[in-house]
Ligand binder design. Structure first.
Ligand SMILES: Cc1cc2nc3c(=O)[nH]c(=O)nc-3n(C[C@H](O)[C@H](O)[C@H](O)COP(=O)(O)O)c2cc1C
Ligand code: SF4
Ligand code: SF4
Length: 580
């Protein structure tokens, strides 16, 4: 169980099963599991029979649960129609193109059990590293694998480790960046909650490879379950000789701490993160010196993202070649994405690099799942951009290819947008986020983003001026060019990509005073067409009773009363409400 499953009711399912087991109604051993990433179909139960055969039930509700208990757990008869396996086309669509390395154990093993991790092959990589490899060997293996940092910038991980290894200093640090502040992103949280030992093993290998003997996991305090499981995992790993002094009876010792962050987006930036651990205000500083030379407390420090580190044990166990065989020429391995927004099968997926956006969004994600068409995907969080649906088939997951579209791989947030989304409003939303999160050190990041936000807000309010687009373009370049850290350097990306692909929407807002998506209240209205069946749903949902009509007769919106909230369009199943 992880935070998202618990929010969707898995704790209740667990409690019910626990009560049944305690009462002797079922004879089964109960265990928790992490998150499979199928957010659209929570809660899930995996039943393993005496022969080891597994049965997965998704979207379990109380009625389903009663039947699963009665038929499967008590009588040994699986409820065939609810079992998610390869006989179901929707399950094949969801899983067929995924390639699970990082998420390999997630939803399969008990994240609170070191034994479960060991049974799944855990700590074999650390053993191999400590007993058969030198730090330089580990760096070379990771270089050969082609692994690039999953925290956003995509820097080659092995090379970063090699730089730190070369530093001659008896004190070095490693840091696992678990700040994860991008709106719509939950890859790192899920990995930490579902397979914490894999992250610990990755960090320990990172420390060995770079010559560090102390490390920190910097995790935002809004992730209490991840922090609780990490604390448990650190204690268990320490007690069994996988952390602490003389790990696995070798002369390698490594201490690991958890530092809780207060949830500032900028604290994910590596120099701000280190300042925060040091007890200072989380503000970025100029590089060089790079952290590998002078990082935490002035010592050589290697910082990597959760997903980057969680992939390392697999690489060591299976070899660099096995990893580099997956993906494209310059982007190797797999990438975890968080599919959110207007997508039918929301959740976490892990796909090989090189897969197209169409395969991810249309096949794995199932499209919007409503009758509305996909319009675009917002990728890479506030530093990213929007890619229009027309480019999905020709755009592949690859650091460089995505960059060419104006978006970025980022950490893996994918927010799918349909035609009810206004692209000016999307740009405004992300700029509002970065403007709030700016640390204020650089003038253009602090004030330039504020001016950009003012312009976007007035365009959405219907007060756009003819010179606004040129001004946004000019400010975008200045904010990028004059900002010290990645936050300011990328803050204009959502504006620039929406201007690149959806310029006509800006122009319509400014010149025609129209919002075609029906989002900007001052620039749109709604009308019911003759496709209306008179089902009465919209009239019941309208918050201001602006809709009148008899059952089975075409309904009408009273334009005087209508507040342009768009609820009628959202609830109509017959596409009978149009934007005017
Ligand atoms: C504003 C800002 C926020 C960032 N937030 C994160 C974050 O939450 N997690 C993360 O791993 N990297 C984040 N990064 C990137 C880190 O600075 C750094 O590049 C990364 O942790 C390096 O690890 P990697 O090489 O494994 O990707 C952020 C960068 C910037 C500029
Ligand atoms: S670019 Fe923005 S967030 Fe980064 S240091 Fe400058 S003011 Fe702070
Ligand atoms: S929900 Fe749609 S079909 Fe039903 S009454 Fe309203 S407009 Fe007509």
């Amino acid at each position: 169980m992880s935070s998202c499953n618990i929010a969707a009711g898995s704790q209740n399912v667990y409690n019910r099963l626990h009560a049944a087991a305690a009462a002797g109604t079922v004879d089964a051993e109960l265990s928790i599991m992490g998150c499979l990433g199928f957010c659209h179909a929570e809660p899930q139960i995996r039943v393993t029979d005496a022969a080891g055969k597994q049965f997965l039930y998704m979207a379990v509700n109380p009625a389903k649960l009663n039947k699963i208990i009665a038929d499967h757990l008590r009588n040994g008869t699986p409820v065939a129609q609810w079992i998610a396996d390869d006989s179901r086309p929707d399950f094949v669509q969801l899983t067929g193109k995924q390639h699970r390395i990082i998420l390999g154990n997630c939803g399969k093993i008990n994240p609170e059990s070191l034994n479960a991790y060991l049974v799944a092959g855990g700590y074999q990589a650390l053993e191999k590293v400590l007993k058969t490899m030198s730090p330089a060997d580990v760096c070379e293996t990771v270089i050969a694998s082609g692994l690039r940092g999953r925290g956003g910038a995509g820097f080659p991980t092995g090379l970063k480790w090699k730089f730190a290894l070369k530093e001659l200093n008896e004190k070095k640090y490693v840091i696992c960046n678990a700040d994860e502040g991008d709106p719509g992103a939950f890859m790192d949280r899920t990995t930490l909650e579902s397979d914490p030992f894999a992250v610990l093993e990755g960090i320990t290998i990172q420390a060995f490879a770079t010559g560090a003997n102390e490390g920190y996991i910097y995790c935002r305090a809004e992730y209490p379950l991840a922090i609780r499981r990490l604390k448990m995992a650190i204690a268990d790993a320490g007690a069994r000789g996988y952390l602490g002094k003389n790990i696995l009876s070798t002369d390698f010792s490594f201490e690991l701490h958890i530092q809780e962050g207060a949830g500032a987006f900028v604290c994910g930036e590596e120099t701000a993160l280190m300042a925060s651990i040091e007890g200072q205000r989380g503000m970025p500083r100029l590089r060089p010196p790079f952290p590998a030379q002078s990082g935490l407390f002035g010592k050589p420090t290697t910082i990597n993202n959760v997903e980057t580190l969680a992939g390392v044990p697999w690489i060591i166990r299976n070899g660099a070649e096995a990893y580099s065989a997956i993906g494209t020429e310059k982007s190797k391995g797999t990438k975890v994405f968080a599919l959110a927004g207007k997508i039918k099968r929301s959740g976490l997926i892990e796909v090989p690099m090189g897969i197209s956006l169409a395969e991810i969004i249309e096949e794995i994600g199932g499209g919007t799942g409503t009758k509305r068409p996909v319009k675009a995907v917002q990728m890479g969080g506030p530093s990213g951009g929007c890619i229009p649906a027309e480019l999905f088939a020709s755009t592949h997951i690859d650091y460089d290819e995505l960059m060419r579209t104006g978006a970025i791989m980022g950490s893996g947030g994918m927010i799918v947008l349909d035609d009810t989304t206004c692209m000016v409003d999307v740009a405004r939303y992300f700029l509002d986020f970065t403007q709030h999160e700016s640390c204020g050190k650089c003038t253009f990041c602090r004030i330039g983003t504020k001016r950009m936000l003012e312009i976007l807000t007035r365009i959405c309010d219907g007060d756009g001026r003819p010179e606004d687009i040129a001004e946004l373009e000019e400010l975008s370049v200045k904010v990028k060019d004059t900002s010290l850290c990645g936050l300011g350097q990328t803050a204009p990306n959502p504006v620039q990509t929406t201007l690149r692909y959806f310029r006509h929407e800006y122009e319509e807002h400014i010149h025609d005073k129209k919002c075609r998506a029906g989002k900007c209240k001052n620039l749109c209205g709604f009308e019911i067409t003759d496709q209306c069946t008179g089902c009465t749903v919209c009239a019941k949902q309208c918050p201001v009773n602006a809709i009148a009509g008899a059952p089975k007769k075409q309904h009408v919106i009273n334009q005087e009363l209508c507040i342009h909230c768009g609820v009628c369009r959202d609830v109509c199943n017959f596409e009978a409400v149009k934007v005017i």
